[in-house]
Design a protein around this ligand. Sequence first.
Ligand code: GLC
Length: 574
Amino acid sequence: MMHKEDFWWRNSIGYVIYPSAYYDFNGDGVGDLRGIVSKLDYIASLGVDLLWICPFFDSPMDDNGYDVRDYYHVNPLFGSDEDFRLLIKEAHARGIRLLVDFVLNHTSDEHPLFQMALRHPKGKEAGYYYIRKGRRRKGKLYPPNNWKGYFSTSAWKRIEGTDKFYLHLFSEKMPDVNWENKDLRQYYYNVARYYLDLGVDGFRLDAVSHLGKDQSFGDSELPLDEDGMVLDSSKFANREEVFSYLREFREEVLDHYDCLTVAEAGGCLSPEDSLKMSDKEKGSIDMVFNFDCCWCNGAYGSIDKNDNEIHTDVLALKRNFKRWYLATKDHVSSLPLYWCNHDHPRALSQYGDINFRKESGKMLITCLLFQYGTPFLYYGEEIGMSNVTYKSIRDFDIDISAKNASAYFKKLGYKDDRILSFLCRTSRVNGRQPMQWGKKRYASFSKVSPKTKVNPNYKDGVNVEDNEKDPSSILHYERKAAAIRKDPDIHKMIFEGRFAYIDEANYDVFAYCYFHKGEILSVVCNFRSRNIEFYLPNPMDEVLLHNYDGYSYAKDRLILRPFECLVVKGKRHG
Ligand code: GLC
């Protein structure tokens, strides 16, 4: 196994970029790789040294690039292969490492391998996909089983002119590939080698938990929906086979490079099971993204709820962070930390409050950054970007999963306004709006009207330009926070200290601390938009970070203002 510089990513701060939304360099309304290159100095200024860039490979863009048509070339919409090489070089020149988003559960239906599979049902490529005969009942043809996919439709699509169907857990333009097939696995290993040889520093492994399927393809026994289908993850998520595929991937490819792999392992993987993938000694990959801290406010599936019924469940957040911490601490495994990515609404709208944009934006950064693990910020968090303000459900049709969800809810009889408020609250389109660089038209993201609408709040100070000018902005705070997080002493306290929650049962305040060699580092975060009295028994000798001026503290009691947060250090007395 290659020496991994004792896991360099332990001291990294990651940053996630959705390439179509970051910066439009060539003026066609879509962000591109040259746009990212031109912003690398800005990215470095955030204290970020690890980038995960969502897919930019050749694609018909049915799922915005997660439907790959050609793994070996950059989508012309995002630039050229040359631009990608430039990005690697320029990022490395600034000490920034680069993770490519590797989609290995499915290809586009326009990928030559799938096209071959369709043309030659007996050819070897047909074995790269899951193609099965449908079932006939009373003369009608039905899919091979009752599985529903993740994008609100059947997981099967009929191959026109035949009685066969292919499996697609996501969009129907993304047929799942068959990892049982040895040649198919080799195909992906070659793609991985190609990018590692090109100089990338690793991969975010897309939808990796779905690589193994129940090969009997029997019906699910779970209760069916009105269309006779059911989303039963046990049939295709985190099955034992996934772990052996990944082991082979490691032996054949990853072990031969100094690289980082972060798997997207979905909401149904326990921290203990995740170690089958990411255990430092026995695992195959380095860390596993879980979803457990993304929906701790009741918003998931909340079509029947009103906005005022959505509340951050601070206890659930603490519980979830802790169970992952307990499973991975003592360097058993690395642990990625994040609030949201391109599949989620904006963290500020989820757990913060746009009426306290600065305060809550800073608080969320603080709460995440000082936890045990490798934090990944999502682009725009550093300037307080929040959810869309769309007035029509049609605006969400730019995302296939939102489009399918609207159609599904309409069919169930939901009114447009209810679907609209649901999408505004939960849709991943929220996390894909153009980065707000300045006050000029289209938020200085592009010179022409962007394909995805810009959030009008860029005119109200939610942009980089205004943040740069304002010494009390979220942006300046983030830079300071990142520098503190990277201080070797603080790093030691986080990774070697003894972690504990402070007043764990408190349902308004997320507060934690580390004890290390006679010192205590405490992080206190108020998650409410009102004053909260909080008992802090730890010493406050030095305030390292604070999102308000001055504080009210007497006899171990803090009166925390809305979303107030502090990072304090002190010597243990007695
Ligand atoms: C992952 C991606 C998501 C995509 C899906 C299918 O969950 O993060 O954006 O739609 O996989 O590739």
